[in-house]
Design a protein around this ligand. Structure first.
Ligand code: BG6
Length: 484
């Protein structure tokens, strides 16, 4: 028994994390290493075990070897402690009898007097989600009489508003919303979580965080790699579904949301959801003036890609949020693959002084706030100063904060720990996902069916199609350093 600070008495529990689809790439590259680091850094509850579940014919030892290949620099003693708690169960995620056997096994292994708390992590092909969820329910695995049952679901969550809604509907027929943890791994990044702290633990930015002071906001998630062997998935997805609907929409929601009344998961998600629901609709005829798209040269030769594919590997969309705070302020969201470098950054440009009393030089240097997510992890505030010497020469300088190197944890570690501890703050709620799809569907419709704007080609290693910059509007330019 434990008694929390609020005086709530809780039975102690044993947590079991079941990874469905455990022989796949995600389990090896992300989930295994995250669980290993959590355990070896003693962040997990003492009673915790991990079960890999998949169709591959592995013994426990073979599965442990498979996981170890994904973990860098594990020493034997830490690995031994992790391996001891890790086992493998062969079966198909849609097979009710296999899931029932697993359910009984976990129940038997839970010591008497402890709650049997479980996480089922769906690291599966999204097409398997519905059948797997139904099979989990039918096998009794989601029954909460002996402990909590949480289900972690990877993105992509649906491929459109309709499919996401259908999936939410099915989920709500077997689970309560508070048992569902829809992952967007960007929400597990320290630098992304810092947006909330930066905005709501300081008072100095709030009075200027609105249409009166902010000219526009750019959110860029640029990647240097191409589709890296994921051509088949990517070709049906493209940049809108793969990146913008999830990661970039969430970054925008964090920048634009109102202050929540508390830090409870629902207070945070209510505010993000409100912002997403206030994004102005566009109609097919205006998709062209609100977006740009491109495809890198060589994409059509990637494995799994249709040689006549029109899938965009680069995209920019311009959105407006129709509320008092943001009326008229463009939010420009941009992402692409095979670009000059990897960089994720939110750049907020403030309005220029109303009068250029120092001449055009001062006028041309608006204040900017850059929230850098990665690889630079920090915050930069640019402001104008006098350069030393006679006369008045102006220069833009930067006040900077950088997270100390090596202190940042992988997003999956943070999110898995949150799911184990039952904190859904940094996971998507059903309404947020549906609002984002509604926004993205309009662009998908225009790009695919309306065939506008033109799909421009760009060279791998470049800054993307130059035409896209026009979307920012006159006098504005991309604000990521080396693209100017
Ligand atoms: C994933 C996308 O969600 O995010 C990938 O499916 C993309 O295409 C990846 O490469 C980027 O994540 P990060 O954390 O490396 O910026």
């Amino acid at each position: 028994m434990t008694v929390s600070e609020e005086g709530v008495v809780k039975r102690d529990g044993k947590s079991t994390v079941v990874v469905l689809g455990a022989s796949g790439d995600l389990a090896q590259r992300k989930l295994g290493p995250a669980l290993f680091h959590l355990l070896s850094s003693k962040t997990l509850p003492d009673l915790c075990s991990f079960i890999g579940f998949a169709r591959s014919d592995y013994t426990n030892d073979q599965f442990r070897v498979f996981l170890r290949e994904g973990v860098q620099g594990a020493n034997d003693s830490d690995w031994g402690a992790f391996a001891e708690r890790t086992s493998y169960f062969q079966g198909s995620s849609t097979d009710v009898s296999a899931l029932t056997r697993l359910d009984h096994l976990i129940a038997r292994n839970c010591p008497d007097g402890l709650t049997d708390d479980r996480i089922y992590h769906l690291a599966l092909k999204p097409s398997l989600y519905p059948e797997t969820l139904l099979a989990l329910a039918e096998s009794g695995s989601l029954e909460e009489s002996t402990g909590s049952r949480r289900v972690v679901i990877e993105k992509p969550f649906g491929t459109s508003y309709d499919t996401a809604r259908e999936l939410n509907h099915l989920i709500h027929s077997i689970l309560n919303e508070d048992q569902v943890y829809r992952i967007d791994h960007y929400l597990g990044k320290d630098t992304v979580q810092n947006i909330l702290v930066f905005r709501f633990a300081n008072t100095i930015f709030e009075p200027i965080w609105n249409r009166n002071y902010i000219d526009h906001v750019q959110i860029s998630v640029l990647e240097d790699l191409g589709v890296e062997g994921r051509g088949e998935y990517y070709d049906t997805s493209g940049v809108l579904r793969d990146m913008i609907q999830s990661h970039l929409m969430q970054l925008m929601a964090l920048v634009a949301m109102e202050p929540p009344a508390s830090s409870t998961p629902d207070a945070l998600r209510d505010e993000k959801s409100k912002v997403l629901s206030a994004v102005r609709s566009i109609d097919e005829t205006t998709v062209e003036v609100h977006s740009a798209r491109g495809q890198y040269t060589g994409y059509l030769d990637e494995d799994g890609v249709d040689p006549a594919s029109q899938t965009a590997t680069y995209g920019v969309i311009k959105l407006f949020i129709d509320n008092w705070r943001w009326q008229g302020v463009p939010f420009v969201l941009r992402s692409g693959k095979a670009l000059k470098r990897k960089a994720t950054e939110i750049a907020i440009e403030f309005k220029r002084p109303p009068q250029a009393i120092f001449g055009v030089a001062g006028d041309a240097m608006p204040n900017r706030l850059n929230i850098s997510i990665e690889p630079d992890e920090g915050v930069h505030l640019e402001f104008v100063n006098k350069t030393p010497g006679s006369g008045v020469q102006l220069a833009s300088e930067s006040l900077e904060f950088h997270f100390p190197g090596g202190t940042i944890r992988d997003a999956y570690e943070r999110l898995l720990l949150d799911a184990i501890e039952g904190d859904a703050s940094h996971f998507n709620r059903s309404d947020e996902i549906e609002h984002s799809w509604k926004i993205i569907d309009q662009f998908i419709e225009g790009w695919i069916n309306g065939k506008q704007p033109l799909l421009r080609s760009y060279q791998p290693g470049s800054a993307g199609p130059p035409e896209a910059e026009h979307l920012l509007g006159e006098g504005r330019r991309w604000l990521l350093g080396d693209e100017n």
